[in-house]
Structures are given as C-alpha cells and as structure tokens.
Design a protein around this ligand. Structure first.
Ligand SMILES: NC(=O)C1=CN([C@@H]2O[C@H](COP(=O)(O)OP(=O)(O)OC[C@H]3O[C@@H](n4cnc5c(N)ncnc54)[C@H](O)[C@@H]3O)[C@@H](O)[C@H]2O)C=CC1
Ligand SMILES: C[C@]12CCC(=O)C=C1CC[C@@H]1[C@@H]2[C@@H](O)C[C@@]2(C)[C@H]1CC[C@]2(O)C(=O)C=O
Length: 255
C-alpha cells in the first residue's frame, strides 16, 4: 500500500507516534523516526528493521529538523508524509489560591514551544522538501498530519497551557493547508480523546475505569493503532485537506 511512501514521524518512539511508525512500515513505507535523544528511538529502530531510521531530534530546533530532513533525502531519496506526534503536557491551574502562586510562565511557554512551535517548525521545513517531489496524477506532492487533542475544544481545569498549545494547532490547520495548496500538499489535524499510551497506562486502574466510563462509545481508551489507522486513511484520501478530525468515541471532557 505505501511501497513508495517515505514518512517522517515526530514523537515516533512512543505511544501514538510509535503506532504510526509501525503502521507505515507494515504497509510497506519507510520512516525517519524523530524523537528526543533520551527517548526509546534506538530500540524502536532496532525492532522495526532497515525501513526505520531514528534521528535524535528536538522538534523545536531548526538545526535538528533540517538534519532529519537531510537524512530522509539522503537515505530514502524523498519525503511524502510528515506526522507530528511529539508533544508534552502539564497540569497547573492559572492561579493557585492555596499557595498564592500564579502559573509559572516558563511552564506555559515550554508547552507552547514543544507542541505548537515544534509542530509549525516541522511543517514549515518539511513543506520545502515535499515541494521538490514530482506531483502524482492528482497533483499531490505530500501530506502533513498534526496531532491536537480534544483539550483544544473542551480543556479541563489545569490545562490552560496544554489547551492553548493544541488550540493553536487546530487554528493553524486551515491557513497552512491554504498556504501549501498550490504545491499540492495537504494538511490535516487529528484531535484524539483518551488513548492507551504510556501516559494513561501508568494511571491506577480505578482512574482508568473512571476515564473509560466518561466515553459514550466505545467505553474504552483508544488503541494507538486506531490513531495510526486514521493517519493511513488521511494519507489515502485525496479530498481530506484543511480539516480537524476528532477521534474520541464522542467524548466531551468535563470541567
Ligand atoms: N494519549 C492520549 O490520550 C492523547 C495524546 N494526545 C497527543 O498525542 C501526541 C502523542 O501522545 P502520546 O503518544 O500519548 O505521548 P507519549 O508521551 O507516549 O509520546 C510523545 C513522544 O514525544 C516525544 N517528545 C516530547 N518532546 C519532544 C521534543 N521536543 N522533540 C521531539 N520529541 C519529543 C517524547 O519523547 C515521546 O516519545 C501528543 O502530542 C499528545 O499531546 C492528544 C490527545 C490524547
Ligand atoms: C488529567 C487526566 C484526566 C483525569 C485523571 O484522572 C488523569 C488524567 C491524566 C491524563 C490526562 C487526563 C485528561 O485530562 C486528558 C489528557 C490530557 C490526559 C493525557 C492526554 C489526554 O488524554 C489529552 O491530551 C486529551 O486531550
């Protein structure tokens, strides 16, 4: 299915990103896996074989992303798909009235730096390399897929930074799709609900059951491969562009 597809997946060493790398490779694609040096990138690379190259990358660094793109070009000859999964979260209220302390400003900017600036950094640099591709019969040169969150729409208490960072990804999807349309590069964003990744699997069973019960249907955490399956569908469907798709079993987060 993805025999001639070369993908770049950020946050590819864990959770939703890792599932995406696995699916692209299973379908015949080759992948540059971008994640932090401290991640499990080397282990994943070893496990998945020669069609995956791990390139230690901080998504917020111009040099790191340029380097990852050079590896894609040198080793695989091109880049057709970029999937932005790298992300971090924190939980602090805007003002802690017990401790009489405001949200630390650097914590807020750090989350925006990784989630929003990092995503945009990858998009802007990737677009240049994709623009070099020969267009297919539909005039398409590439597909870029971002990861927001349902917290972009119904952010909970303590999620000002996280929701702002993901809301920005939602908001920039359409203008970037418009910016890149003339080159035949599509841009979509997935807004996941609650997925069974290391973040949630470390929660006590009681909390996980509570979270599962809050989802209308199916009443369970999403499987990372269900995220990867939507990535695959977006790549395959040439009409999907400029769209944000919630993947959440109809979940609406409570305050
Ligand atoms: N798991 C869930 O329920 C949901 C996750 N999301 C979003 O999906 C994305 C993936 O989440 P998970 O797989 O659950 O998380 P995860 O923590 O399992 O994976 C995130 C990966 O991003 C990497 N990363 C962090 N900062 C980075 C940086 N500066 N540069 C490069 N890589 C960096 C981490 O090393 C890690 O491998 C995140 O953007 C998250 O906000 C959104 C909604 C729900
Ligand atoms: C904060 C939550 C929900 C309450 C709880 O007991 C434990 C949690 C830790 C993981 C959080 C939970 C929820 O806010 C949704 C997110 C933020 C989750 C981590 C990823 C998450 O599913 C997401 O990004 C949703 O948009």
């Amino acid at each position: 299915m993805f025999k001639n597809v070369v993908g770049l997946v950020t946050g590819g060493a864990s959770g939703l990103g890792r599932a995406t790398v696995e699916r692209l490779v299973k379908e015949g694609g080759r992948v540059v896996l971008c994640d932090l040096q401290s991640s499990s990138g080397h282990e994943v690379e070893k496990e998945l074989g020669k069609n995956v190259i791990f390139v230690p990358t901080d998504v917020a660094s111009e040099n790191d992303v340029v380097n990852a793109l050079q590896v894609a070009k040198k080793e695989f000859g091109q880049l057709n798909v970029a999937v932005n999964c790298a992300g971090i979260g924190i939980a602090f209220k805007t003002y802690n009235f017990n401790k009489k302390t405001p949200h630390v400003l650097q914590d807020f900017t750090k989350v925006l730096m990784v989630n929003t600036v990092g995503t945009f950094n990858v998009i802007r640099l990737t677009a240049g390399l994709m623009g070099e591709n020969e267009p297919n019969q539909d005039g398409e040169r590439g597909v870029i897929i971002n990861t927001a969150s349902v917290a972009a729409f119904d952010g909970q208490m303590g999620q000002a930074a996280y929701s702002a960072s993901k809301g920005a990804i939602v908001s920039m999807t359409l203008p970037i799709a418009r910016d890149l349309a003339d080159q035949g590069i599509r841009v979509c964003t997935i807004a996941p609900g609650l997925f069974d990744t290391p973040l949630l699997s470390s929660l006590p069973d009681k909390v996980r059951h509570f979270l599962e019960k809050s989802i209308p249907f199916p009443k369970r955490l999403g499987k990372p491969d269900e995220f990867a399956l939507l990535v695959q569908s977006i790549i395959q469907n040439p009409l999907l562009n400029g769209e944000v798709i919630r993947l959440d079993g109809a979940l609406r987060m409570q305050p």
